[in-house]
Design a protein around this ligand. Structure first.
Ligand SMILES: Cc1ncc(COP(=O)(O)O)c(C=O)c1O
Length: 388
């Protein structure tokens, strides 16, 4: 009875793992989980207050499917000033970030058309392309002592006459790497030459350490062919609010709005009010969280590198360490063993594509105490494997 489309899609590897962790925790085991892709902070109080006020004020009905105009204007202003992307409110639609990615793929991809993205890369790009009956084309990133790098030559080599779009994720999940301005320029030129759409996923844009975030959509050569997607989840600890934005040409917004009208309709108005308060109150709370993530990163990475068999470069953004564990096991087996023997839950690198095998993702959106205990358990586990 089920459609071929849905049968072809694998369930999310990361969600399956968190279900296992939950079962073990329910059995009373002291499991330390570092699998979560969300800040471990509460949403700042001024954002919650704005949403409560909106509820008390009766904002409980539909809004425009494009989003409330004042929020669209605030996003446009911020994206102009911060990201350097020229836009006004008509270039903006308000929707959950994940749905924005889903909808842009649905709006552009015809059956059989290819979409290129990073390998290792976020778990949902491939399934989203499959659901549009497109062909996912994960392109391996190069890995060396400096970290992960997406080489434009590798992208070019995978372009065929069926290639319609490429997804660029910076800072990237799971590697924490950034796509440099020079690489963005080269990718933009390739996209221009081959007439390819660029989908830029910048959901971690505010979590960049010792470097700067750059939006490919701010490059003149890319501005007309780029759809930029970002949101409030990771920057403002608002993952449960399900709100983000898409910035694109007015024609694209009109198309995506049709999907919004026939599916979600709109985001709740009180959620939109909370998001507006987030923008209006400036970035002080974002900076505080970012500084703490950086401190945790600087605590964790040396601890991991001290473990014999583990190597990890310092991630430049997001809140993930992506480390290599050279023990002769596949990362799925390592993750299972770590879970059952060391009671540490990590995400196997293979969940993010073939290039991630041999790696494990550990989120450092966790307390310093848990990071220290987690690294200790991983170290003991690694030593016990070496002894065998
Ligand atoms: C790379 C990437 N893009 C998009 C999303 C979706 O963000 P949201 O949960 O705000 O919809 C995530 C969430 O983990 C992500 O890691």
């Amino acid at each position: 009875m089920f459609s071929k489309r849905i049968r072809n899609v694998q369930p999310s590897g990361t969600v399956m793992l968190s279900n296992k962790v939950k079962r073990l925790k329910d059995q009373g085991l002291d499991i330390l989980s570092f699998t979560l892709g969300e800040p471990d902070y509460s949403t700042p109080a001024h954002i919650i207050d704005a949403a409560k006020e909106a509820l008390d004020g009766g904002l409980t009905h539909y809004t425009s499917s494009l989003g409330m105009t004042d929020l669209r204007e605030a996003v446009a202003k911020m994206v102009n000033e911060k990201n350097g992307i020229k836009c006004d409110y008509e270039n903006v639609i308000i929707l959950p970030t994940k749905l924005a990615l889903y909808m842009v793929i649905q709006s552009f991809i015809n059956p059989g058309e290819h979409v290129i993205y990073q390998n290792p890369g976020w778990v949902s790009y491939g399934p989203m392309v499959t659901l549009a009956k497109g062909t996912p084309v994960p392109v391996r990133m190069r890995h060396d002592a400096e970290g992960w790098n997406w080489d434009p030559r590798d992208i070019k080599n995978h372009i065929t006459d069926k290639t319609k779009a490429l997804i660029l994720n910076t800072p990237s999940n799971p590697t924490g790497s950034l796509v440099s301005r020079e690489t963005q320029m080269e990718i933009a030129e390739i996209a221009e030459e081959k007439d390819i759409l660029i989908i830029s996923d910048e959901v971690y844009e505010n979590l960049v350490y010792d470097d700067e975030h750059h939006s490919i959509g701010s490059l003149d050569v890319a501005s007309d062919r780029t759809v930029t997607v970002s949101g409030f989840s990771k920057s403002y600890a608002m993952t449960g609010w399900r709100i983000g934005w898409m910035v694109a040409s007015k024609e694209t917004i009109i198309m995506v709005n049709k999907l919004q009208q026939h599916s979600l309709t709109c985001l709740p108005p009180f959620v939109q009010r909370g998001a507006l308060a987030a923008i209006q109150n400036g970035t002080h709370c974002v900076e505080k969280m970012r500084d703490e993530f950086k401190a945790r990163r600087d605590l964790l990475i040396p601890m991991l590198n001290e473990i014999d068999g583990i190597s990890c470069e310092t991630p430049k953004g997001a809140f993930y360490s992506f480390f290599k564990m050279d023990m002769g096991f596949k990362s799925m087996d390592l993750a299972e063993m770590l879970l059952y023997k060391a009671h540490v839950a990590l995400t196997p690198g293979s969940a993010f594509g073939s290039a991630g095998d041999g790696f494990l993702r550990m989120s450092y959106a966790a307390s310093r105490e848990n990071l220290e205990e987690g690294a200790k358990r991983i170290g003991e586990f690694a030593r016990s494997l070496k002894k065998k």
